[in-house]
Design a protein around this ligand. Structure first.
Ligand SMILES: Nc1ncnc2c1ncn2[C@@H]1O[C@H](COP(=O)(O)OP(=O)(O)OP(=O)(O)O)[C@@H](O)[C@H]1O
Ligand SMILES: [Mg+2]
Length: 252
């Protein structure tokens, strides 16, 4: 079940460094929001706060109306660098989070099978991460997240390490998967095209300390096709708008 997100006046410091200040943000249940902003502005930090891996120094993070105080199985995160266990095969990597939750073997096996077939890795079930391409490893990361059946999916530059063709193929697949298994999604990306393809809204983050500086609604109808999105008359104007917001956020 997709869940809503509320971030109110959130601040986060690392020692003397104020990374986030007065961050406010709301995401409706089932919405897909993209977060863009210059390197180091605090995007990954914000994702970790939403997941519960870290706690804010000020303000509150709420998911589904409840304050986030620790990681929970309803929230899943996919990292840019896959973070797979090198000694675990695909099945064992996908099942990891479910083992931690203490689900019984039959339930784990059923969910792992379902997640692996969703990302079309059935033929690679017994392979170790080093025997997989980058795109396949990222599919394992995604399957591991989906196996949790999250209400909130947090994607931190999940396509950043992939070549352009693999990236677009995986984007199309993820779009299909999310249509079948709707969840609230927050995607951090450096790609404006990716943000415009996926998002209902794009948030632009910037400044030091970081905060949300703009909130742009993306009007393209769904289902979306990357080629059709790129060819849409509004595409160039939205891209230019995001570009100039990003340029402003980099210098402010
Ligand atoms: N665990 C930590 N300890 C100390 N400083 C940290 C820690 N994590 C992040 N920072 C600092 O917080 C700031 C924001 O980092 P964060 O990783 O959130 O940025 P980002 O927007 O995700 O950047 P990128 O686009 O490069 O991934 C940076 O200045 C970073 O050095
Ligand atoms: Mg980051």
């Amino acid at each position: 079940m997709a869940v809503g997100v509320d971030v109110a006046s959130v601040g986060k410091n690392y020692g003397e460094v104020r990374v986030l200040a007065e961050v406010d943000l709301s995401i409706g249940a089932g919405e897909f929001v993209a977060l863009i902003g210059p390197s180091g502005c605090g995007k990954s930090t914000l994702l970790r706060l939403l997941h519960g891996l870290e706690l804010p120094d000020a303000g509150t993070v709420s998911v589904d109306g409840a304050k986030v105080t620790a990681p929970a199985s309803g929230r899943a995160i996919v990292f840019q660098h896959f973070n797979l266990f090198p000694w675990r095969d695909v099945v064992a990597n996908v099942g990891f989070g479910l083992e931690v939750l203490g689900l019984d073997r039959a339930e784990i096996a059923a969910r792992v099978d379902e997640a692996i077939s969703l990302v079309r890795l059935d033929s690679a079930r017994g392979r170790l991460p080093h025997q997989l391409s980058g795109g396949m490893q990222q599919r394992v990361g995604l399957a591991r997240a989906l196996a949790l059946r999250p209400g909130l999916l947090l994607l931190d530059e999940p396509f950043g390490a992939l070549d352009a063709i693999t990236r677009e193929g995986l984007q199309r697949e993820i779009d299909l998967i999310l249509r079948r298994h709707p969840c609230t999604t927050l995607l951090v990306t450096h790609s404006m095209d990716e943000a415009l393809f996926f998002a209902d809204r794009v948030l632009v983050m910037g400044g030091r300390p970081g905060r949300i500086q703009a909130d742009i609604t993306i009007p393209f109808p769904r289902p979306r096709d990357p080629d059709a999105v790129r060819a849409a008359p509004e595409f160039a104007a939205l891209r230019a708008q995001l570009w100039s917001l990003l340029a402003e956020s980099a210098v402010s």
